[in-house]
Design a protein around this ligand. Sequence first.
Ligand SMILES: Cc1ncc(COP(=O)(O)O)c(C=O)c1O
Length: 402
Amino acid sequence: MKKINYQIGVGCADITQKEKSYVMDVLNKERLSHGPYSQKFEKSFAKAHGCKYGLFVNSGTGALRIAVAALKEAEGWKDGDEVLCPAVTFVASSNVIIMNGLKPVFVDVDSRTYNIDPREIEKHITPKTKAIMVVNLFGQPADMEPMLKIARKYKLKVIEDSCETMFVKYKGKPVGSFGDISCFSTYVAHLLVTGVGGLACTNNQKYAEIMKSLANHGRDNIYLHIDDDKNLSRRRLAQLVSRRFNFIRLGYSFRATEMEAALGLAQMERKDKILKARKKNAGYLINKLKPLEKYLQLPWHPKYAEHSFMMFPIVVKKDSGIRKADLVMHLENYNVETRDMLPLLNQPIYKKLFGNLENRYPVAKWVNDNGFYIGCHQKLSKKELDYIVAVFKDFFDSRKII
Ligand SMILES: Cc1ncc(COP(=O)(O)O)c(C=O)c1O
């Protein structure tokens, strides 16, 4: 079959006139640090995810790192306390647990949704367990209801790593509204793309204040932005000036700029269109690839959860007679970009830190060995989707499998 002469990527930068005009407005006003665009973006993004407070920072990892740190500080967790974390996720979910001096304890995932399996959680709970890091992977909410029940039973906090999932609902409630703190990423190839960026959202004022301070070098919250000293009474100004350069905890420099916020806000205003196109593209691929279902496990979601299709995950089925590596190389040779489906426990650094854990997590191992994803983003045309389907069919035809 004829090869396309450019790569069909897993994600896209979708920059319309709206994004360009918002970014130009930032540049024209020469206000690059946290300002009106950041405030509007934070507010509308948090609201869309059922949260009162939103903090825009320079990455999803940064958001997760300060989320865990804020919980540790506010709840008095000790070094070595444990946080449950899915055995399949992007490394950042568990890296931030380790970097906060805590111990990730892995939990196997569900073989159909690839999200943390609530039935596997309780057996990993010990007196040191303080929280569950629930990850909404690939655009799909995890099964929250049983998880929250367990969290309540054992008095565990819930951190929702929703870096890959935005704007969709689980049993009628938006992702991000379930965790004590929820984190999102707007890095390249995510649902909203600001280059780099991430958000931490919460309904808890104390957590919000600690996170704001942590993202700003551990500064006293009285002065975080350059507008904070404007229009104050004489008494309040004096108080602010005396504390403006106070640092009250060890913090980070995790701020994002107004340009990223402008990109985020513009896409936020187009989010329904973006999600609709992704769902349509994923639905089209699922339909066209159905004849291959004997060999490939295609994306699926239960009726009670929506899917925002950050990507299109596929797992080569057991006894299919094909090897993932061959199929992936066929797709790559035909310029269809693929990625591994977020293997964690077999990463060199995780093996070094925790030894050979993979065999204790059979579903995660199966996903690591056989899972990969391709893109289904909003900029793919019908012609490109048909091309992707043709490349899959060509693989099976050329091996006389179908
Ligand atoms: C599940 C998950 N958590 C965390 C992150 C980290 O986000 P960022 O790349 O913005 O730091 C990602 C990024 O891809 C992710 O997929």
